[in-house]
Ligand binder design. Sequence first.
Ligand code: HEC
Ligand SMILES: [Cu+2]
Length: 359
Amino acid sequence: MEAVSNSEGRRGRRVNPKPPTLLLTGLVTGLAGCSGSHSILDPAGPAARDVAWLWWGMLIGFTLVFLAVVALWLAAFRRRGGTDQTAGPGQEYDSEAARRLGLRWILGGGILLPGVSVLVLLAFGVPAGHRLLPLPLPDGEPPRVIEVTGHQWWWEVRYPNEAGEVVTANHLVMPAGEPVDFHVTGADVIHAFWVPRLGGKIDMIPGRVNRIRLEADAPGVFGAQCAEYCGVQHAHMHLHLEAVPPEEFDAWLAARRDAEPAPDDPDDGHAPARATFAEHCAECHRVAGLSDGDRGPDLSDLGARATLGAGTLAMEEGAIARWLAEHQRLKPGNRMPAHDHLEPEALDALGAWLETLRP
Ligand code: HEC
Ligand SMILES: [Cu+2]
């Protein structure tokens, strides 16, 4: 019957979703959180595993508490109708026994049960939190450090190193199978660094450096997302995080550290694009060897990114030119001014040149 009336209703103008539809939608949406690149229930590292266990423990524990409360509530209803009611509102208790029973419920349900629940939670929660702390490791070797700064609405990623710092944006590569310390801060407002499958999250606060230790069990691509509302484009603040074998990580880092500055060859066909860049873009963007702007993402290795605009566009042929022409429509309000005054050909040429920037 329900299904029939539903399909009848769908033909009308306005349909209020029926409770089963709502329930199903809620269930499906909820289940969608159980796997995928942003699921805390699909842990891929030791810290995240602790968090997932804690989550399941809390779900089971509190489901039991909920069922117990409902059972007591139903029992209370049944008693009210019965004859063994001992005291109504404003009445004295009939007997000493009933008074003692009441006291036992208050002590047990009001003090003992919550006390034990909180102790159990602490027993699991404190070690889980401890694992995220950047404490000295038993073997003494300090973990690698990656610095991440949240901007409205993009991520700056730095790899400090004696041999020279490497800077990139919106794309984080880390070694798998070993702990990594993330030192995070905010450039403008408070953001939060969250890699659901690895653990976390932690606030990125301007003027302060917070530290969190994360580890990926195995190579893979993990989604990271700003987890503190930071303005209109907060939802388009995605970080592509890739864990690779340590040797591959070292090679990745070395390729960027030792990369030749962007060629400035007048005959390579990109000279007009470089001139446009120097005039319209260099004040905000760095391209190693050409410019030092720091109000927007470093573009020195732009061609090697997986996405553009912090996850707004997938990187594919022509994507950079599309970003340059449409970014204020794709990511309205973002901090890069529209360049509608430039000819489409100039933007295409810029895109074609920027695509060649890869270590
Ligand atoms: C006033 C500073 C400013 C100017 C000028 C500017 N940009 Fe940007 N640009 C930004 C900011 C800020 C972002 C980050 C936007 C976001 O994702 O929220 C950005 C993002 C980008 C991105 C995407 C990078 C990534 O990793 O996703 C590209 C490509 C880019 N700019 C190229 C250019 C080019 C080419 C020009 C010149 C035509 C230019 N920008 C001019 C500030 C600027
Ligand atoms: Cu945010």
